[in-house]
Design a protein around this ligand. Structure first.
Ligand code: HXC
Length: 256
């Protein structure tokens, strides 16, 4: 069997490439499991500071694998408990940057939305076509899209199944930056490299705090933020960062 993913480490950047180009990287359950496993491995490795997730061929991912789902029933779906592997992605501590070209549809869009930052080709297309299949988003799409763009616009896309252009996605705050398709990976890797030079614990604990903003009240979120802020003062990197500032030199962070 072909490898469902290609994985590599370039400097401090882990790269995961979805590798079922013949079916536009349709996500089967095994693939999601392998993505979660690889992200967990990168999370444990000292040499990886940021992960980039992208697709091979002409799409990021055109959705969950329809052939795998077509004959399922709801009891089997419940017993499969497949979303446990999607949940593993949400507890990854290091930054995940999605690089989307071509289609990011259905589960493919949900995987993109599970990334912390999203860069896209200016020709990319996003959408939830589930309404045309008699289902609906199931891996976080209704929640994450709504948090990003608000109820009214999210419902419009989820109900019509229409695709969102890259420009709309950027305007609605779904995507961070757009690039010409041929520059997408290069620019994403450059950004990831810049991010990997920042203090890793600062990145890690601020990621955790920002996600609390999605679920907590501002008061609770600020209590959480404060603990993480204080925690960083036990790190070597805080001493290094502040000494480097005073000594007028570039800091060198170790992630400790
Ligand atoms: C299985 C898929 C697939 C998918 C594409 N393919 N998407 N196979 N599951 N989600 C396969 C096609 O069957 C075809 O295989 C090959 O990939 C190329 O696709 P084409 O349709 O020939 O390409 P094109 O004409 O360019 O159309 C591209 C497309 C279309 C518009 C993206 O493929 C499409 O509509 N795909 C389905 C999109 C979708 O409905 N996604 C949501 C799935 S439900 P062959 O063998 O014919 O060459 C979902 C729920 C998530 O994601 C729930 C949580 C997990």
């Amino acid at each position: 069997m072909d490898n469902l993913l290609e994985t590599a480490v370039h400097g401090n950047i882990g790269l995961i490439t979805l590798n079922r180009p013949k079916v536009l990287n349709a996500l089967n359950r095994q693939m999601i499991r392998e993505i979660a496993e690889t992200l967990e491995e990168f999370d444990r490795r000292d040499d990886v500071r940021v992960t980039v997730l992208t697709g091979s061929g002409r799409a990021f991912a055109a959705g969950a694998d329809i052939d795998e789902m077509a004959n399922e029933d709801s009891v089997r779906m419940e017993l499969l408990n497949q979303f446990v592997d999607w949940d593993r992605i949400t507890v990854i501590k290091k930054p995940i940057i999605g690089a989307v070209h071509g289609f990011a549809l259905g589960g493919g869009f949900e995987l993109a939305l599970a990334c912390d930052l999203l860069f896209a080709a200016d020709t990319a297309k996003f959408g939830f076509p589930e309404v045309n299949l008699g289902v609906m988003p199931g891996a976080g799409g209704t929640q994450r899209l709504t948090k990003l763009m608000g109820k009214t616009k999210a419902l419009e896309y989820i109900w019509t199944g229409e695709t969102m252009t890259a420009q709309e996605a950027e305007r609605f705050g779904v995507v961070n930056r757009l690039f010409a398709p041929e520059l997408l990976i290069e620019e994403t890797m450059k950004f990831a490299a810049r991010l990997s030079e920042k203090a890793p614990l600062s990145i890690r604990l601020s990621k955790e705090a920002v996600y609390k903003a999605l679920d907590y009240s501002v008061y609770e979120g600020m209590q959480f933020e404060r603990k993480n802020f204080s925690l960083l003062f036990s790190s070597e990197d805080q001493k290094e960062g502040m000494s480097a500032f005073q000594e007028k030199r570039r800091p060198s962070f170790k992630g400790k």
